[in-house]
Design a protein around this ligand. Sequence first.
Ligand code: FAD
Length: 321
Amino acid sequence: MPNANLHADSRLNIEENVPLAPFTSFRIGGPARFLVGARSLRELQEALRFAQKMQLPFCILGGGSNLLISDDGFPGVAIRLLMHRVTRSGGMVQVQAGFDLTTLVHRTVAWGLSGLESLAGIPGTVGGAVRGNAGAYGGAIGDVLATVSVLDTVTLQTVTLRRDECAFGYRDCRFKRDPGLVVVGALLALVPGDPDQIAAKVAQTLAKREAKQLSCDKSAGSFFMNPKVDDADLIDRFEEDQGVRCRECRIPAGWLIDQAGLRNLRVGGAAVSHRHANYLVNTGAATAADMVQLARLVRKEVQMKLGVVLKEEVSPLGVVI
Ligand SMILES: Cc1cc2nc3c(=O)[nH]c(=O)nc-3n(C[C@H](O)[C@H](O)[C@H](O)COP(=O)(O)OP(=O)(O)OC[C@H]3O[C@@H](n4cnc5c(N)ncnc54)[C@H](O)[C@@H]3O)c2cc1C
C-alpha cells in the first residue's frame, strides 16, 4: 500500500490501490484507486478538490457497517471521515460526522442526557447514521436532531439545515437521495435526566439486541428494509405468529424471509444467517458477487412465495442488488 503523496501542495495522506474490505463490516470489497482519511473539514474539502483535479468520482466511508462494495473496488477517491470532535452545552450536543455512534450513546449516558438510548449497539459513525436515519425499537437518530451540517461537494461550502429541512423518514432522508451532500456534523437536542435511568434504558436496549443476536459478525445488519405491506391476511398471519401489532403496516423482512423458508440459504461464501434471517453474512470468503446473487435470490423467493418486494437497506457501491 504505497503512500503516494500525489497532491504535492497538501499534507493529505493519499494512499493508492488500497483494499476496502477491511473498512467494511462485511469484510468484502476490492481496492480503491485512492484512499484518503479526512481528519477535519479542511481535509475533506482538500480530498474532494483532489478528486475534482484528477477527474475521478469520490465516495464516502463512515464506519463501513452498511456498505456492500464491489469485488472490483472503487475506481476513484474513497474518503474516510475521521473527524470526531464532540462538545456539549446543556442538553445540546454538537458532534462531528466521524464520531462513533455507540461511543456517543455511552458519552450521553455519562452526561445524564436522554434521547439516544434506543440506538445503543448500532455500529458506525454519526454521519452514516444521520444519512440513513439509523434506528431501532421505534426510535431513530432523526428524532433527536436539531440541525445537520452538510458539505456541498460541488461548491465545497457547508450549509446547516434544520431537522424539518432534512426529510427524515424510515431509514431515509434528504442526504441519502443526494450523494452530493456529505454530512459533516450534527447538533442533537437531548433531554437532561437521571443518569441511572438512562443507563438502565441503554442496558435494556443492549440486552434486547443480545437476545436477538444482533451483533452478528461479518454482516451489515439488516440487509433489507421492513416493507410496507397491504395484504391484510399476511399482516394477520404475522401478528398471530409473533403476538405483536405491526407498526405502520411494516412487517419485519426477517420474518418474511423465514416464512419463505430461506434461513441458511447459501450462495458461495454468503449465507442467510441462521440466527437472524434478515442478516446476510459473509461466512469466510464471500465475494460481493456471492452476496448480490444471494440477495437477489432471497428477494425473488419472497416475492414469489409471499407477494412482497424487498428493498435493500444496505448501501451498494459499484454493485447492483
Ligand atoms: C451488526 C450490525 C447491526 C446493525 N444494526 C442496525 C440497527 O439496529 N439499525 C440501523 O438503522 N442500522 C443498523 N445497522 C446498519 C449500520 O450500522 C447503520 O446503517 C449505520 O448507521 C451506518 O453507519 P456507517 O458510518 O457505518 O456508514 P457506512 O457503512 O460507512 O456508509 C453507509 C452509506 O452512507 C454513506 N455515508 C457514510 N457517512 C456519510 C456522511 N457523513 N455523509 C454522507 N453519506 C455518508 C456512505 O457513502 C454509504 O453510502 C447494523 C449494522 C451491523 C453490522
